[in-house]
Design a protein around this ligand. Sequence first.
Ligand code: CUO
Length: 877
Amino acid sequence: MVVSTYSQPNGTPDAPCVSRLVLFKWYDTDSIGFLTPGSVDAPASQLESGSFHAACDPRHLYREQNNGKIALPANQELELITSGDTCKPVYRILSSYLNPGFLIHVSEVLYLSGLPLVFLQTCGMNALAVVGTLVSKGSVTIVRLLQVGLSLQHVTLAIFIENKISLPLRQVREVGNETPQWYISYISILVIKFHSEYLPSGGVYTETSSSPSSDYQLSYLFYLPYESTEVLANRYYLTMPPVEVSSTTGSYVTILDDDLKARLGTATSIPRGIPFMVCHEPHAQAAKDLLDVFLDAEDESELAELALTVRDHVNEALYIFALYGAVYERPDISSADLPRLETVLTDQFVPTDVINKAKRLVKAASIHQDTDTVHVYWQRNSTGLATRNSEQRVAYWREDLHLNSFHWHWHKTNPFSIEPGKRDRRGELFYYMHHNLVARYNFERLGVGLKPAEPFEDWRAPVQEGYFPHLTLGNGYEWGNRQDNTLMQDVIGTGMTDALYISNLELWRTHLLYSVDEKYLISENGSQIRLTDDPSPGEQYGIDLVGEAMEAGASVNPLYYGSIHNKGHMLLDGCNDPDQKHMGHNGVMAATGTAVRDPVFFRWHGFVDKFFHKYKMTQPPYTPDQLSVGVEVLEVKTPNELHTFFTNRTFVASHGIDFQVDPKSNISVLLTSDFLNHTDFTYHIKVNNTKTVDLKPKVRIFLAPKVDEEEQQLTYASLLRYWAEMDVFEADPIAPGVSNITRLSSESSITSNDVYQRTNISSPSANANFPGCQWPQNLLLPRGKPDGMAFRLFVMITDADQDKPLDGGNDPPPSFCTFCGIPGARYPDRWPMGYPLDRKSTYGTIDDFADAYSNMEVVDVIIYHAEEPEEEEHPEN
Ligand code: CUO
């Protein structure tokens, strides 16, 4: 944001004068006016760059037309253009700027359709209506004029009210007319207090950057993504960039200058109103282009200015994606106060009927004016799949909004389109996070008596699991449905979307399978790149290379290995109408905020994970040297019983969806649903440091079910698909001898988020709670069973100093999400992710494996799920 300042030459400026002026805004129109002689309505619909049409009420003809010229202070000139209809004169400003030496001090500003509207009165003389850009620093505000209204004589009737309120006004009197002329039943009145001063000429006018005004909050930029910038700015009193009428939609949009247009690259190429599908390359590229623009901003002020300027021109969810990404990437901006994703893209998480119900209640509340909060409850299993569908049993987990938010944030944080090398071991993170996601989903399935999700490998066979999302985007776009037993088919190309062919997918899979078997990838120039998870310093991990080739991100050979994962998402997404015979809408599978809801997601990622597993099985078992360390784990204790239950959670939805019927009302909408949760617990680990020196222990804790769907104990080999990380952390150094390590479950490495809060930034929020890339705390434990479900808890201690990245790296932050990595830093662990439970072993059982190494221990834990509580009363229903 630019701040204009004026350095005075020698001499004392005139004493400032203080004036007040009353403005009003019609209750049910977008017109404004001011209560002065010759009142004028300036309909927002006629505000255009460089001019506005001042509609004329016959009762309020302008008095000061001055032969087509209006007197203006210092260096200003207005031309009056009469359009033929004398009731609609058009004033056009001839010079873009008011005298730059003219400073005004404004305490409040009216925003008209997002444009700041400042009313000046110069020492009791002429008053001037200004629509312009405000630039401010502290209490000093400078107006950069876009339009200037008309000159006025005297304020003859003014109602001074200190705050913006709405109230009925009974009478308005015109100058020279002692009889009240008209009545207004309901108007909104805003008082702008200011004092103005003329600065002597000869000063120096400069522009510098500043912080946004004190009212500004970063989170506002994320609000109301489906509304125009005008509406957003109007609602939250943001400084509105210039607008113009869009030639395509006819609505007011912000003006993009040529330079910004060029910088935006493909960012504006994704239409508004459709889902943003990050696994679709053009969408990913557009997001990257927009992110780059945001990252180039000099500071937060400029970022805010850019965000407000571009948001009318880019896909709504893409904008949110890039904006979160920018805050995440920028070291100069704290993300601690950002809104949670579900409060912004509420439409992607909450069934349409729930949102519609909230809208109805807001409507009623607006009429009756009996509440300022609407609260809607919905039960997790009240929508989605019918109860006769067994997949419904795990809908609570797939549709958990924190889980979907996490998945969205993960892909935002680690996009496949990121510059190669910018995110350390990104391809491996892709493998590891999704491996855990699939494993944990299967924990849930076993808990409710379902088999693990079957990997989707026969792409010519129908997909048995249908899915009906019951979601509607905030702009009215309904996500597509998929019937049971739908065949995945080639998808025709439409517009900017290339055709998708299953045969391509099959070919790429064959290439990658061949490479995995041969233990090398083939680069674009034909050279062989070996695949090993025991890399030399500087060499990429094999799983990282395979991950990049599979997804596909920074693939060593994009043509040869194609884009199996991404295109699979797209094919499954488009299979409800592959030929576009019905202009079918996209399903949820191609959007990262919704894909996890669909049962086929886990079948697709079951395939992907199985493929990675195949690669992992090409790696030799870890050697004793790679597993041993001079520490004995003597005992691992957790509570004998761990407990899960469903509990209600509430969030604000009215920041994401514009529920307001009356633009001036501000009714909050709260949505509540029930989510899986658990009681916290503590790990107690007794260890013996057998060395003669202190050791910094790294603790690795994993969880897996004890038995499979046939109640058969899982072997070492069969457990490999199940191990899920519970916690991996560095504990305080331990002296030689026996020590105790305790760790709270709430500190888990997968749910940690310190890295996002950037506490080194000055004045971080005391209640920092950035809802970014971390596994949902409420899903740390699987549901279990009412009568208990047995799990294995594997604990291993290694030497943190020996586990540093192969070629160095900074010290890791005290906690960070191990699924998400650390921006701008090496992944702080030299071992392949999932170590040591990611490779085959000569041992038949996990107990034999753990028994062979004193630094490991495996114990049983039982997870009990509390039966459903009695239905709670929800008065709003
Ligand atoms: Cu996360 Cu397929 O990568 O959805």
